[in-house]
Design a protein around this ligand. Structure first.
Ligand code: CMC
Length: 388
């Protein structure tokens, strides 16, 4: 943080570009140890959740603060399944939308549109807000899958009442039930993406909610923020890069050229982690496993070469693979189209967004930072006829 001097009305001020190191909220949802490469949700290490939990259980943990009992989980899962359906008007609208926009733009439209039909639209009591939140988390996968079916000229596949959150998404997307192993791997990927502190999209959601706007508006802000390539949009670009490189023997030259030209390697670096992202470690194992299973090591071998060169070149600066580096390879083998990688991230992260919004507004204060003015002190107003 840089000390900037004195503002007339507010004493000494400090400036932190990109808000690095700024504590903007108190939270008991998750914590990141960026030096040790550790992540906990409500105190539970991410590795344990990836091993033993499900997305539904993790969502409950993040929203309500503790692991559910058996009957609480059954009730929560039942609610999620019941709320998966989209309002008819939204379904019809998805059929009318053009086939070429990025699905993240469609997701913004669908979330905003769905809000208009939410039976709890005007409710601001805790139960009403929680129903809105669970409805959103349950409906986002349906929005993504329906739009994909429509844009590819296929019939939409309604949600399957007997399938869990992860399996149901793959079912609605592909029109057939995934095998248990695929569903489980996807479930783990969703758990790993569910929450990550005050990342840019969560913060965007909190800023919107801090004005006492509604949760749907907060989620729309978050989706727009996640879309960017420096945030969730990186996962899609990693696969584009692997394509461009083509073979592992070209990876070193590609990376060295990119670094020389000051271009960023997508899927590397993080504001908080200065070591290996623990989520990337788990996703890499699945990417390895699926590459072996399908006998196609094209992507993983290029990825591993990039990792080797990047750590050799930039490891000392704390640049390591982040969650977006290996997730794309996993999604590819699960048959998820490339431009749905970031929407899938949004579908998982919706719970983290909602948990932070709900936590913050309980002790709300509007976010309102300032800019340090570096423009001229006084400029004469020149009438338009005299301007040159
Ligand atoms: N490739 C090459 N150099 C990098 C990279 C990268 N991916 N990331 C950071 N650096 C360098 C950067 O050039 C700078 O070097 P120098 O000090 O010589 O100017 C230094 O590392 C610090 O970078 P920064 O931009 O100040 O770091 P930041 O904390 O502001 O940005 C980041 C974090 C994630 C935006 C950045 O690392 C990046 O652009 N990564 C690539 C995009 C990406 O993978 N995003 C996903 C982030 S994790 C999951 C998520 O949020 O979706």
């Amino acid at each position: 943080m840089v000390e900037m001097g004195v503002l007339e009305d507010s004493g000494t001020i400090q400036y932190s570009k990109g808000l690095e190191g700024v504590i903007a909220a108190l939270s008991s949802i998750s914590a990141i140890d960026g030096k040790q490469g550790k992540l906990i949700y409500r105190g539970i290490p991410i590795e344990m959740l990836a091993k033993y939990s499900t997305y539904e259980e993790t969502a409950y943990l993040l929203l309500y603060g503790e692991l559910p009992t058996k009957s609480q989980l059954e009730e929560f899962s039942r609610q999620m399944r019941e709320l998966r359906y989209l309002p008819k008007k939204v379904e019809e609208c998805l059929k009318e939308l053009p086939p070429n926009p990025h699905p993240m733009d469609i997701l913004k439209v669908a979330v905003a549109h769905t809000a208009l039909y939410d039976p709890d639209r005007l409710s601001c009591c805790r139960e009403g807000v929680m129903r809105k939140v669970i409805r959103l988390i349950a409906q986002i996968p349906t929005m993504i899958a329906y739009y994909h079916r429509v844009r590819t000229g296929q019939e939409i596949v309604p949600p399957h009442p007997d399938l869990g959150h992860a399996a149901n998404f793959l079912y609605m997307l592909h029109g057939k039930e995934p095998d248990e192993e695929e569903a489980r791997i996807f479930d783990v990927a969703l758990i790993l993406h569910a929450e990550h502190g005050l990342n840019a999209s969560t913060f965007a959601a909190m800023v919107t909610a801090s004005t006492l706007s509604d949760i749907n508006s907060a989620i729309v802000s978050a989706i727009g923020t996640l879309k960017g390539p420096l945030h969730g949009g990186a996962n899609e670009r990693v696969l584009q890069m692997l394509d461009e490189i083509g073979t592992p023997d070209r990876a070193e030259e590609y990376v060295l050229n990119a670094l020389k030209e000051k271009r960023r390697i997508m899927g590397f670096g993080h504001r908080v982690y200065k070591t290996y992202d623990p989520r990337a470690r788990i996703l890499k194992e699945y990417a390895e496993y699926l590459s072996e299973k399908y006998g196609d090591r094209r992507w993983i071998s290029i990825g591993e070469k990039i990792e080797e060169v990047m750590i050799r070149e930039l490891g000392k600066k704390g640049i390591f693979p982040n969650v977006d580096f290996y997730s794309g390879i996993v999604y590819h083998f699960l048959g998820i189209p490339r431009d749905l990688f970031t929407p899938v991230f949004a579908m998982a992260r919706s719970v983290g967004w909602a948990a932070h919004v709900c936590e913050y507004v309980q002790n709300n204060r509007i976010f309102r930072p300032r800019a340090y003015y570096i423009g001229p002190d006084y400029v004469e107003y020149v009438p338009i006829e005299q301007r040159r």
